[in-house]
Structure formats: C-alpha cells, structure tokens
Design a protein around this ligand. Structure first.
Ligand code: PLP
Length: 462
C-alpha cells in the first residue's frame, strides 16, 4: 500500500514514512492510493471479537509493508491496555434506535486516545528500528495535546511540543498538558486561536530546512495513521448493531473532520453506513459548506465545546480529494483560494459529498438544553461536544436505521458546562484525582513563526 498526497506533488511513501512525516511536502495530506475492501463475510466475522483483534484485521492491510503481524499485534495490545473499559469503545443505548458510542475510556478521557496511543506505539517501533530521532509539534484545541503528551511522554527518541491557544482550553485540558514533568514534554500557550496554532504548525512543516533539521513529525489529525486508527470503532459498533446485514448511520461531533473522515473510510472499505452526519457548534463552516457549497472562513467564536472551535477544517481536504476524484491539482487550487478566504465546491464534488454526508449546527443554549434533556431522559451525563452530536442526530434519525452518536469526551473534562446545564460537577476518574494538585509547566509564545522556531531549537532535549 502506497500513500499519495491530496495535492499530487509530494513523494509517494510507504505507511511508516507517511506516519513519521505527518504533512506531505507539497502542503497536502497523505491518503492511501487505494482503499482495501472487506467483504460482507469478513465484516460479519468481526462480531464478538475483542476490540484489539478487530483493530488488527482492519488496520493490517494498510500497514502490512511497514509492520510485521507480530509488531502490529503487540502495538495494538499495548495501545489499549490502559483503557478503563474492557470493551474499549462500549455502546450505550439512549433511546430506541439511538446509541451512544463511548470513546472516552482512554487515559486522557477523549476519543483522541484511540489513535494517539496506537501511533505512540508504532512510532516507537519505527524509530527504534531506524535509530532516528524526531521532534513532534502538534497544535491542539485541547484534547489532541493531552493525548499526544500521554502517548509520547518519556520516550527516548522524541521531543513533543504542543501548541494550544492561551486561555481557550478548559482547565482540565490545560492541566493534562502542563502537569506531566517529563523532560521531553513542552506545553506552549500561543497568543491566538486554534486556527493560529494550526497555521503556525503548517508554517513549520512548509519550512523544509527547519523541518529536516529537527526531524519534524506531526501527530495532528492530518496524520494518516490517526485517521486509520479511528476507522476501527466504526466497524466494531456497526457490527454490534447488525452490520453488515443492517445499515447504520453515525453522527459525529466535528471540528477538524478527522473523526468523521475515518467513518467515510470505513464506508469506502465496505461497511454499510447509510449517512455520516457532521455535527458542529456555532463555528459552523462545515455545516455551511455542505449545505451551500461555499467553504468560507469566518471568525472563531469560543464555545463550551472548545475542541470544535475551528474554522479551517484540515481533514476536509481529504474528503475534497475523493469528491474531486483524486485530482490533486484541483485540490491544490482550492487550497490556494482558501488563503484569500474561501472557495466554492464544484457541482460534481457537492453531489459526491451529499451522497455521504449530512450536517447540522447547534447553538450554545441548545447544547445546554441537550445535556439537561439527556440527563432527565436517560440519567446519562454527556460532555458538551457529545450533546452537540446528540441534538443533530435526533434531527437526522430515520426509522429502521440505527443512529450511533460518537461520545467524544468524558463529561468531567468540561465540568463548567455540565454544571451550568444540570447543576453538578461530574467527578474525574480516580487515576486523575491528583490533577489539580500538581505544579504546571508552560511557556507562553507569540503567534509568530520565528519566535516559535527559536523556542523549539532551544528546548529540544537532543
Ligand atoms: C477533537 C475533538 C472533536 C473533533 O474531532 P475532529 O476529528 O477534529 O473532527 C470533537 N470532540 C472532542 C471532545 C474532541 O476532542
């Protein structure tokens, strides 16, 4: 399996290289040249397997040239052993035909752990094999950063720098990033928004001297390996509700489009997914783009679901690449237009997207009302991101097709919003009880490329 760039101008790479690199050298994102297919029989045999065994069968065809079966099995085993639930991604029924896929039982209580824990293991194997050192730089709206730090802290051949928007993440999210005391962990609070952090990250990747000099690696959801790891729970949850004999739909609280894009990969592999529904908060560029065909960048409005407070949605480029039938030049052209504010999706590409995705947008008052309603109707307490998903899912449910809404974070990560909605603060699980007692380590940095580069050069441990 070879990996190509969505902009068509970067070297074609095997899986391990695409993973260690992150962003392609032409500014595009890596995607597999072809998508492996699972037959209905192969999908049916996933029923009743452990999460780990299902993950092995789904991931293996994508990585076979880079990792042996033994290496992959061991990486998967280690990745999920620290999860607080034996099913890893359990399904909970909310109402007849509506199910919640709980993706928050990993070490940092958000779905990001599913991918980050696995790529932490795969990076380690690949780096040890090649005697290489790398510098990971990540931009985060909150949950990616802590998941990356948890996955890479203390590793001998890696530094991990995480850029988060100063003052725009929850206190639990911030403390998860600033309290690990490993020398290779560097939390950086940037003066700006998540989009600023992501733009600085892209600048670093596009500076080829710097990139090669420090062995820059990206673990944002632009990294194909992250998307791949997330494909697994679409299969396990759909199969437990009757796939491949029954179609299911998913609603996904969406920011950078990584999680829901993984759903479209599962669909392309043969999983009978009816609709993939994008749920956004008031930062609704994706909802607008899917409804009108106009992808136009607005201003980021901070919300109570901060992990979705973004305007430029990186992985949407991958969906565009499919919608434009693999035409890298067309995608490069759109991304060029984006620099001056936005672009219009062609009629053909819009129809392609409309064949897969629906979308909806949820306001702040509706988010609070949904947390309260779900509590009253089911006793479940959900995080604000998940509430955005549930509200949009309820608007898109169709009789006879089960709807699975992804519960992307644990409510205890967002206690202020939950308290506002239902009057109580959900407790952190026991393994995180000390979070508020530990000292914090963080460096403030300007929204400036040169300042960021010199900070990274100065702080690297090797
Ligand atoms: C990252 C995140 C999202 C958005 O996921 P994308 O892959 O960026 O679309 C939604 N909810 C939570 C809790 C997250 O951490």
């Amino acid at each position: 399996m070879r990996y190509i760039s969505t902009r068509g101008q970067a070297p074609v790479l095997p899986f391990a290289e695409a993973m260690l690199t992150g962003l392609a050298r032409d500014g595009g994102l890596y995607v597999p040249e072809t998508v492996p297919q699972l037959t209905a029989e192969e999908i049916a045999t996933l029923e009743g397997l452990s999460y780990e065994e299902a993950a092995f069968r789904i991931v293996q065809p994508f990585v076979a040239e880079s990792f042996s079966e033994t290496e992959l099995r061991e990486a998967i085993r280690r990745a999920y052993q620290g999860f607080g639930h034996a099913a890893r991604a359990p399904l909970v029924q909310l109402s007849p035909g509506h199910h919640l896929l709980e993706l928050f039982h990993g070490p940092t209580l958000a779905f990001k752990d599913f991918a980050m824990q696995l790529i932490g293991q795969l990076f380690q194997i690949a780096l040890a094999r090649e005697g290489r050192r790398i510098t990971i730089v990540g931009a985060t709206s909150g949950d990616t950063g802590s998941a990356a730090i948890e996955a890479f802290r203390g590793l001998p051949n890696v530094d991990v720098f995480i850029l988060y928007p100063h003052g725009r993440v929850s206190e639990v999210q911030r403390r998860q990033m600033t309290t690990p005391d490993d020398a290779n962990v560097h939390a950086l609070a940037i003066a700006g928004t998540f989009d600023d952090a992501q733009a600085r990250l892209k600048d670093l990747f596009n500076d080829h001297d710097f990139r090669d000099g420090v062995g820059l690696a990206g673990v944002n959801s632009i990294n194909w390996a992250r998307v791949l790891a997330q494909v697994v729970y679409y299969f396990t949850s759909a199969v437990s509700l009757g796939a491949p004999h029954r179609r299911v739909s998913f609603t996904v609280p969406t920011g950078n489009f990584g999680d829901i894009y993984a759903g479209s990969v599962a669909r392309a592999m043969g999983l009978p997914i009816d609709r993939l529904v994008v749920a956004t908060n008031q930062n609704d560029i994706l909802d607008r783009a899917l409804k009108t065909g106009d992808y136009r960048v607005g201003r980021v409005e901070p919300s109570m679901s901060p992990s979705m407070d973004i305007q430029v949605s990186s992985n949407f480029e991958r969906a565009l690449f499919s919608a434009y039938d693999g035409d890298g030049a067309a995608v490069a052209q759109l991304m060029d237009e984006l620099k001056s504010g936005g672009f219009t999706i062609s009629q053909g590409a819009r129809e392609h997207l409309a064949g897969i995705f629906d979308s909806g947008r949820v306001s702040e008052p509706e988010t609070l009302a949904t947390i309260a309603r779900v509590r009253a109707e089911t006793g479940e307490i959900v995080c604000p991101h998940t509430a955005v998903g549930i509200k949009v899912a309820d608007e898109h449910r169709q009789a006879g097709t089960p709807m699975i809404t992804l519960a992307t974070a644990h409510p205890a990560k967002f206690p202020d919003a939950v308290e506002q909605a239902v009057g109580l603060r959900p407790p952190l699980p026991p393994h995180m009880a000390r979070l508020f007692d530990l000292p914090e380590r963080v460096t403030r940095v300007e929204n400036d490329n040169a300042a960021l580069k010199s900070l990274i050069l100065e702080r690297r441990t090797a």
